[in-house]
Design a protein around this ligand. Structure first.
Ligand code: GLY
Length: 349
């Protein structure tokens, strides 16, 4: 299955399905004609997986970088760029990221800034990567002050979403990936009752198709693309707080699950949706076995403060919320109300 991200001269295909990684050789020949060398960037752990048999003329150099949110740093970026320079990687060459969302973020950012930009192909190996992070050209590293605060838009030349790479995912990683899938399901206004008949490949296809459509309409997030941040105002705040304690405390998808449950309650408190829609959110999240509990360690005050620092907040509390006109970006939500709804939400669980 292929989904085209229709970005004019920067258009590219997302190939979805078991074995999609084996398209790499053909894509290098077609989309990167005349390339001299290909550098695969992955993690030590992924390199050892049985599926790491990627077709690339057998002459690619493989670089290992750390996985995980903690690796989205200036330090990792500098090490990677120095390695590319030591290999004399030129603008004619291609980087191929093979890994999760954090790896494609830092690798995509290196591709965006090294030599002012070289081609990158993503082979995302987590569900978050396949349905979200690797598509749409957002690349970033984190600052102490917030997630993804330094980055660039840099579209890949192709994305290969191979479901075989998901088979070896640790259980927690696999389950948390459904946070972004749940987001797409809700943004597409699907009911929880229809989930039982959807296969994993159909869920990936639905999510990729939604993302491709939105990115094609609003590449640089001046409008509609912000809707993809549904559930992310709280999620990013929780992730920032978790990062300063223990980078392993909260996966992105887990944080998104909590953020979606909270966004439904906030929309309800603002009179935008009724109880049945809150229940639909809860049923979708429960179907995917996503946790919806805010970690006890964080005070409501610290979470609300962290929400105000999110780069999408523009110094105000901004949420994507459901409503009778569909999903909308709602700015200027009062901090007091957010804190109250958050306290009530925490007390429920
Ligand atoms: N992850 C949201 C976006 O790519 O816009």
């Amino acid at each position: 299955m292929k989904v085209n991200v229709a970005l004019g001269s920067n258009a590219y295909d997302v190939t979805i399905g078991p074995g999609a990684r084996h398209e790499l050789g053909a894509i290098l020949e077609q989309a990167c004609a005349g390339y001299q060398s290909c550098v695969i960037v992955t993690s030590k752990e992924l390199r050892g997986q049985a599926w790491f048999d990627i077709d690339h003329r057998n002459d690619a150099t493989v670089l290992e970088v750390p996985e995980g949110e903690g690796a989205k740093s200036f330090e990792s970026l500098a090490v990677l760029c120095e390695q590319l320079a030591a290999l004399k990687v030129s603008r004619r060459d291609v980087i191929v990221s093979v890994g999760g969302g954090a790896l494609s973020d830092v690798c995509g950012f290196a591709a965006a800034v090294y030599l002012r930009g070289i081609k990158v192909i993503h082979i995302p190996t987590t569900l978050v990567g396949q349905v979200d992070a690797a598509i749409g050209g957002k690349t970033a590293i984190n600052l102490g002050a917030g997630k993804n605060l330094v980055g660039a838009f840099h579209q890949p030349v192709a994305v290969l979403c191979d479901s075989e790479t998901l088979e070896t995912l640790p259980e927690r990683e696999r389950r948390s990936g459904f946070g972004e899938v749940a987001k797409c399901w809700l943004l597409e206004d699907r009911r929880s009752s229809a989930l039982a008949s959807a296969s994993l490949d159909e869920l990936i296809l639905l999510s990729v198709t939604l993302k491709a459509r939105i990115v094609a309409a609003d590449e640089f997030e001046s409008g509609e693309r912000a809707l993809l941040n549904y559930g992310h105002t709280l999620a990013h705040a929780l992730e920032v707080l978790a990062l300063s304690r223990d980078p392993d405390m909260l996966r992105h998808g887990e944080a998104v699950g909590v953020g979606l449950a909270f966004a439904a309650r906030l929309a309800f408190a603002l009179g935008r949706i009724d109880e049945s829609e809150v229940a639909n959110h809860d049923e979708v999240l429960s179907y995917f076995e996503l946790p919806t509990t805010v970690p006890q360690e964080f005070s409501t005050r610290s979470i609300v403060d962290a929400m105000g620092h999110d780069k999408k907040a523009h110094h105000d509390l901004t949420f994507v919320l459901a409503g009778e006109n569909g999903f909308e970006v709602v700015r200027g939500v009062e901090q007091g109300l957010v804190a109250q709804v958050l306290d009530e939400f925490r007390a429920e669980r």
